[in-house]
Design a protein around this ligand. Structure first.
Ligand code: SF4
Length: 390
């Protein structure tokens, strides 16, 4: 049971024009990979939508996803859609504190059973009874279980809430895990990234408002509209990769010319995300565009599996463009890689590669190696639980 005072009226009250709203609807249709003809349907659904209460929990994290959520110096309709969701509880930004804050959370849970969205930011520490993160004298892990089990859906924002992130990396003492792992059986949608792109949060919610269903996800609970394609296949530097034009030192002529960052450690060939198209900061840029390689932050266990961040990948990973994140996650790309390696090698020898480094690179491509992915089977139970096909 969501609130009936209406999302569209809340947007109008915030100064959004009808024109802006229609532009937003068209942009959301594009973000969700829907045909342009869906824009009026998206607009009608969002215009009629009630305000959905949100409980935003924050555990072990840097608050980067809250920053992404709040980036409102130049508010867009997307930001205001999120702003008008009725965030009833958010430990970092709410004015209330202590018992008053806890009462707000409990009030939302009891008034809207199975009718609120639980957003989890940060990892959930479970070692030693969860003592490494307590709020109001209670283990964060207990609060996450209680809140997420009573929610319409749980959206885990950022890499820490996805699979433990940095606190869950090797050597971390807190037993940090992601929300989906912490609440088995709960309906969880994962929006990994460090931080997540707020456009993907908006689009996920707009999908629900439009179709009354959550977007289709991969086996790790990541929406396919945002995590269904390799960064490498969407990258504006890809033509340089194909021509063997690589940056080999920070600040060199190749860097100034915008060449490929593969040899500087870019993980784009093994990372699934829509960063090149969604971009950040009002669509201004994204890491590769600004000159830094992708670090693979949307992938499982990326702090361990994708580091060292500045070392070249052990394989170019010439995956076919229809290879899916699930295939990569399940380690099935070996066959695909073998099949496409022939093509890749053929392409390479036609390209301008004449120095010794280029020959060594070619040898590496000819010996495909399974991508450095974490075993996702431990999480697949909970992630597939929330799988929804439209
Ligand atoms: S390796 Fe990185 S910089 Fe080069 S094309 Fe792929 S994603 Fe872009």
């Amino acid at each position: 049971m969501a609130r009936q005072d209406g999302l569209y009226s809340a947007l109008l009250a915030r100064g959004i024009t009808r024109r802006d709203f229609l532009k937003f609807s068209a942009a959301m249709s594009a973000a969700l990979a829907l045909p342009a003809s869906y824009a009026p349907r998206v607009a009608a659904a969002v215009a009629a939508a009630p305000r959905i209460p949100v409980i935003w929990l924050e555990g072990q994290d840097c608050a980067g996803n809250t920053e992404a959520f709040l980036r409102a110096s130049h508010p867009t309709v997307a930001e205001l859609v999120l702003d008008t969701l009725s965030v009833d509880y958010h430990e970092t930004i709410m004015a209330a504190a202590g018992a008053q804050a806890e009462a707000a959370m409990r009030g939302t849970m009891s008034t809207y059973p199975n009718g609120y969205i639980a957003v989890v930011e940060g990892s959930v520490p479970v070692a030693d009874g969860g003592v490494y993160c307590t709020i109001g004298g209670k283990a964060f892990s207990d609060t996450v279980i209680e809140v997420c089990r009573g929610a319409l859906v749980t959206i885990a924002v950022g890499s820490c809430a996805f699979d433990g992130g940095l606190p869950g990396a090797a050597g971390g003492p807190t037993g940090a895990i992601g929300a989906g792992h912490a609440v088995p059986g709960a309906k969880v949608i994962n929006l990994p990234g460090c931080p997540m792109n707020v456009q993907n949060l908006t689009a996920t919610i707009v999908h629900f408002l439009t179709f009354k269903a959550w977007p289709a996800t991969d086996a790790m609970g990541r929406p396919l509209f945002a995590y269904g394609q390799l960064i490498h296949d969407q990258c504006e530097r890809r033509a340089h990769f194909e021509r063997g034009e690589y940056v080999t030192a920070w600040g060199d002529e190749a860097a100034r010319s915008g060449w490929c960052l593969y040899q500087m450690g870019c993980k784009g060939p093994e990372t699934y995300a829509n960063c090149p198209t969604a971009r950040f900061n009002d669509g201004t840029s994204w890491p590769v565009k600004s000159g830094h390689g992708c670090v693979g932050c949307t992938m499982p266990n990326f702090w361990d599996q994708m580091s060292p961040f500045y070392r070249r990948l052990p394989t170019v990973g010439p995956f076919a463009t229809d290879t899916t994140a699930d295939q990569v996650g399940l380690g099935l790309v070996g066959g695909v890689t073998a099949l496409t390696a022939v093509h890749a090698v053929g392409s390479y020898v036609r390209k301008r590669r004449s120095d010794a480094d280029a020959r060594a690179e070619l040898a590496a491509v000819s010996a495909p190696v399974a991508p450095p992915m974490a075993d996702s089977s431990a999480r697949s139970d909970s992630s597939t639980e929330g799988r929804t096909d439209r």
